[in-house]
Design a protein around this ligand. Sequence first.
Ligand code: FEO
Length: 169
Amino acid sequence: MISEKLVDALNGQIQFEIHSGLIYKAMQAYFEAEDLPGMANWMNIQYQEELAHAEKMFDFVCEAGGRVKMLAMEEPRNEYSSPLEAFETALSHEQIVTTRINDLMDLAQREKNHAAQIFLQWFVTEQVEEEASVGQVIAHLKRIQSDGRGLMMIDQQLANRSFTPIAAE
Ligand code: FEO
Protein backbone atom coordinates (compact mmCIF):
# COMPACT_ATOMS: atom_id res chain seq x y z
CA MET A 1 0.00 0.00 0.00
CA ILE A 2 1.47 3.32 -1.03
CA SER A 3 1.09 6.25 1.39
CA GLU A 4 -0.65 9.49 0.52
CA LYS A 5 2.61 11.33 1.26
CA LEU A 6 4.56 9.26 -1.26
CA VAL A 7 1.82 9.62 -3.87
CA ASP A 8 1.93 13.42 -3.41
CA ALA A 9 5.72 13.44 -3.73
CA LEU A 10 5.64 11.28 -6.87
CA ASN A 11 2.87 13.44 -8.28
CA GLY A 12 5.06 16.49 -7.75
CA GLN A 13 7.86 14.75 -9.62
CA ILE A 14 5.57 13.85 -12.54
CA GLN A 15 4.81 17.56 -12.91
CA PHE A 16 8.53 18.37 -12.61
CA GLU A 17 9.42 15.89 -15.36
CA ILE A 18 6.78 17.34 -17.69
CA HIS A 19 7.99 20.85 -16.88
CA SER A 20 11.56 19.69 -17.58
CA GLY A 21 10.30 18.63 -21.01
CA LEU A 22 8.85 22.10 -21.52
CA ILE A 23 12.19 23.71 -20.59
CA TYR A 24 14.02 21.53 -23.13
CA LYS A 25 11.41 22.14 -25.82
CA ALA A 26 11.96 25.89 -25.31
CA MET A 27 15.72 25.28 -25.62
CA GLN A 28 15.07 23.39 -28.87
CA ALA A 29 13.20 26.45 -30.16
CA TYR A 30 16.15 28.66 -29.17
CA PHE A 31 18.59 26.43 -31.09
CA GLU A 32 16.26 26.23 -34.11
CA ALA A 33 16.26 30.06 -34.18
CA GLU A 34 20.08 30.07 -33.90
CA ASP A 35 20.39 27.72 -36.93
CA LEU A 36 21.98 24.97 -34.85
CA PRO A 37 19.85 21.96 -35.87
CA GLY A 38 22.03 19.37 -34.14
CA MET A 39 21.66 21.09 -30.76
CA ALA A 40 17.95 21.55 -31.48
CA ASN A 41 17.74 17.80 -32.12
CA TRP A 42 19.57 17.05 -28.87
CA MET A 43 17.08 19.17 -26.92
CA ASN A 44 14.13 17.58 -28.70
CA ILE A 45 15.37 14.13 -27.66
CA GLN A 46 15.80 15.46 -24.12
CA TYR A 47 12.19 16.71 -24.25
CA GLN A 48 10.97 13.26 -25.34
CA GLU A 49 12.99 11.60 -22.58
CA GLU A 50 11.46 13.85 -19.92
CA LEU A 51 7.95 12.99 -21.10
CA ALA A 52 8.90 9.30 -21.01
CA HIS A 53 10.14 9.75 -17.42
CA ALA A 54 6.82 11.39 -16.49
CA GLU A 55 4.92 8.57 -18.20
CA LYS A 56 6.89 5.89 -16.37
CA MET A 57 6.17 7.57 -13.03
CA PHE A 58 2.50 8.14 -13.94
CA ASP A 59 2.05 4.41 -14.65
CA PHE A 60 3.75 3.43 -11.39
CA VAL A 61 1.53 5.70 -9.27
CA CYS A 62 -1.62 4.36 -10.99
CA GLU A 63 -0.53 0.74 -10.62
CA ALA A 64 0.30 1.33 -6.96
CA GLY A 65 -3.28 2.56 -6.38
CA GLY A 66 -2.49 6.29 -6.19
CA ARG A 67 -4.31 9.13 -7.93
CA VAL A 68 -2.30 11.35 -10.31
CA LYS A 69 -3.33 14.99 -10.57
CA MET A 70 -2.13 17.41 -13.24
CA LEU A 71 -1.02 20.81 -11.94
CA ALA A 72 -0.47 24.23 -13.54
CA MET A 73 3.02 24.91 -14.84
CA GLU A 74 5.27 27.95 -15.09
CA GLU A 75 6.27 29.34 -18.46
CA PRO A 76 9.75 28.06 -19.33
CA ARG A 77 12.66 30.37 -20.12
CA ASN A 78 12.77 30.99 -23.87
CA GLU A 79 15.97 33.00 -24.42
CA TYR A 80 19.66 32.24 -23.80
CA SER A 81 22.77 34.30 -24.47
CA SER A 82 24.78 31.41 -25.96
CA PRO A 83 24.72 27.63 -26.55
CA LEU A 84 27.02 27.26 -23.54
CA GLU A 85 24.59 29.14 -21.30
CA ALA A 86 21.71 26.93 -22.45
CA PHE A 87 23.62 23.71 -21.75
CA GLU A 88 24.87 25.02 -18.41
CA THR A 89 21.27 25.81 -17.49
CA ALA A 90 20.33 22.25 -18.52
CA LEU A 91 23.04 20.85 -16.23
CA SER A 92 21.89 22.95 -13.26
CA HIS A 93 18.38 21.73 -13.93
CA GLU A 94 19.46 18.08 -14.04
CA GLN A 95 21.28 18.55 -10.72
CA ILE A 96 17.99 19.71 -9.20
CA VAL A 97 16.25 16.65 -10.67
CA THR A 98 18.92 14.40 -9.12
CA THR A 99 18.35 15.97 -5.69
CA ARG A 100 14.60 15.49 -6.07
CA ILE A 101 14.99 11.83 -7.09
CA ASN A 102 17.31 11.22 -4.13
CA ASP A 103 14.76 12.86 -1.81
CA LEU A 104 12.05 10.57 -3.22
CA MET A 105 14.27 7.55 -2.61
CA ASP A 106 14.90 8.72 0.98
CA LEU A 107 11.15 9.00 1.53
CA ALA A 108 10.50 5.54 0.05
CA GLN A 109 13.19 4.13 2.36
CA ARG A 110 11.76 5.86 5.43
CA GLU A 111 8.37 4.42 4.60
CA LYS A 112 9.89 0.97 3.94
CA ASN A 113 8.11 0.92 0.56
CA HIS A 114 10.30 -1.64 -1.22
CA ALA A 115 8.41 -1.51 -4.53
CA ALA A 116 8.88 2.26 -4.72
CA GLN A 117 12.58 1.91 -3.89
CA ILE A 118 13.10 -0.62 -6.68
CA PHE A 119 11.13 1.61 -9.05
CA LEU A 120 13.11 4.73 -8.12
CA GLN A 121 16.45 2.94 -8.54
CA TRP A 122 16.01 3.25 -12.32
CA PHE A 123 15.76 7.04 -11.96
CA VAL A 124 18.80 7.21 -9.66
CA THR A 125 20.88 5.50 -12.36
CA GLU A 126 19.29 7.53 -15.14
CA GLN A 127 20.30 10.78 -13.44
CA VAL A 128 23.98 9.77 -13.51
CA GLU A 129 23.67 9.41 -17.29
CA GLU A 130 21.63 12.60 -17.65
CA GLU A 131 24.21 14.73 -15.87
CA ALA A 132 27.11 13.05 -17.69
CA SER A 133 25.66 13.60 -21.17
CA VAL A 134 24.99 17.32 -20.58
CA GLY A 135 28.38 17.69 -18.89
CA GLN A 136 30.12 16.25 -21.95
CA VAL A 137 28.51 18.81 -24.27
CA ILE A 138 29.53 21.62 -21.88
CA ALA A 139 33.13 20.36 -21.83
CA HIS A 140 33.22 20.36 -25.65
CA LEU A 141 31.69 23.84 -25.87
CA LYS A 142 34.24 25.20 -23.39
CA ARG A 143 37.09 23.65 -25.33
CA ILE A 144 36.18 25.37 -28.61
CA GLN A 145 35.44 28.73 -26.88
CA SER A 146 34.29 31.04 -29.69
CA ASP A 147 35.58 29.00 -32.62
CA GLY A 148 32.75 28.89 -35.19
CA ARG A 149 34.04 25.79 -36.97
CA GLY A 150 34.26 23.90 -33.69
CA LEU A 151 30.68 24.90 -32.90
CA MET A 152 29.50 23.52 -36.24
CA MET A 153 31.32 20.25 -35.55
CA ILE A 154 29.67 19.86 -32.16
CA ASP A 155 26.33 20.69 -33.74
CA GLN A 156 26.83 17.94 -36.33
CA GLN A 157 27.68 15.43 -33.61
CA LEU A 158 24.58 16.26 -31.60
CA ALA A 159 22.43 15.70 -34.69
CA ASN A 160 23.10 11.97 -34.25
CA ARG A 161 21.33 11.63 -30.92
CA SER A 162 18.14 9.58 -31.18
CA PHE A 163 15.33 8.70 -28.82
CA THR A 164 15.28 5.23 -27.26
CA PRO A 165 11.95 4.28 -25.66
CA ILE A 166 12.44 3.24 -22.02
CA ALA A 167 10.98 -0.26 -22.52
CA ALA A 168 13.59 -0.97 -25.19
CA GLU A 169 16.55 0.09 -23.05
FE1 FEO B 1 13.88 13.31 -16.09
FE2 FEO B 1 16.33 14.89 -17.09
O1 FEO B 1 15.45 14.05 -15.73
